[in-house]
Write a protein that binds this ligand. Structure first.
Ligand SMILES: Nc1ncnc2c1ncn2[C@@H]1O[C@H](COP(=O)(O)OP(=O)(O)OP(=O)(O)O)[C@@H](O)[C@H]1O
Length: 267
């Protein structure tokens, strides 16, 4: 990681959505070798933060405001895909069900959502796509029609789509939404392996139980502010989460994973 240019630097940032100022004087710095989980109640500002990172939203240009991704002030995630790969489940809808699934990955090399008949790919590009599908555990499904894949398999193709650019870090926007337990666990295991092999990860989720044990930092958002930021066991604590969500919660750790339930189970 270049110490001068962390993945994300926000200082004195105001972010507006319509007439609503979601972030005010917001500050957050994330290094590109960190594995960070971001949680918070509905309306906390998670999507706003993601849209800020993807460049869909911008911080207001005020004196003193710093908003940089990999040291760039006005970035386009398209241009930074070799640094930060995005997995956003809603993108799964954007592909032709009759296209071979490998098109999800190959078309990313052209910044497109699907392969058109004018696209040509070199041997090296096909090898990169194969390597990305291998990492995501879907190489054997490359030739299957995309429309015949399960949600979990499609999610892994989205991961391969991000990995084909060999990014240093990944931004995962609720990547296990609507996946069953086995598919979620399989996805989490792949991400764990990526963290272990040195990738930075920014994982936005509602579910503490899916935060990989390799995660080094947890950030809790509430009402557009950072409510807590620190080591997982300090932040994902019964008292902190009870205060965040406004109800008594009990945290239990097992196998490096955090499980949250009501403080006193119903009779
Ligand atoms: N298009 C919009 N116009 C105005 N306000 C918005 C808009 N989108 C979101 N907001 C507001 O911004 C705040 C943060 O919303 P955001 O979607 O970032 O929260 P979130 O943490 O992602 O929530 P959720 O968990 O429900 O997805 C909320 O108060 C929300 O009502």
């Amino acid at each position: 990681m270049n110490a001068e240019h962390p993945l994300l630097e926000l200082r004195h940032a105001d972010v507006w959505r319509g007439d609503n100022r979601v972030f005010h004087d917001f500050a957050l710095t994330v290094r590109d070798d960190e594995s960070v989980a971001i949680l918070g109640p509905n309306g906390a500002g998670k999507s706003t933060l993601i849209k800020l990172i993807t460049g869909e939203l911008r911080a207001a240009a005020e004196p003193g405001t710093v908003a940089r991704l990999f040291g760039e002030d006005l970035w386009s995630l398209e241009d930074l895909r070799h640094k930060l790969g995005l997995v956003a489940p809603e993108e799964a809808q954007r592909f032709d069900p009759e296209e071979p699934a490998e098109g999800v990955v190959l078309s990313s090399l052209r910044g497109a959502f699907g392969v058109t008949r004018w696209m040509r790919f070199s041997k090296q590009e096909r090898a990169r796509a194969a390597a990305a599908m291998q990492k995501a555990g879907v190489l054997d499904l490359a030739k299957r029609d995309y429309g015949t894949l399960s949600s979990g398999q499609r999610r892994r193709f989205l991961l391969a789509r991000a990995l084909v650019h060999e990014p240093q870090a990944l931004l995962l926007d609720e990547p296990t939404t609507a996946l069953d337990f086995p598919s979620s666990f399989a996805f989490i295991e792949i991400v764990r392996e990526l963290i272990r092999s040195g990738h930075g990860v920014l994982w936005v989720t509602h579910h503490p139980s899916e935060i990989p044990p390799e995660t080094t930092r947890v950030i809790l958002l509430k009402d557009g502010r950072i409510f807590a930021d620190g080591a997982p066991k300090q932040v994902l604590a019964s008292k902190v989460l009870s205060e965040l969500y406004g109800l008594p919660l009990k945290v239990r750790w097992s196998g490096g994973f955090c499980h949250v339930g009501p403080a006193s189970p119903p009779p």
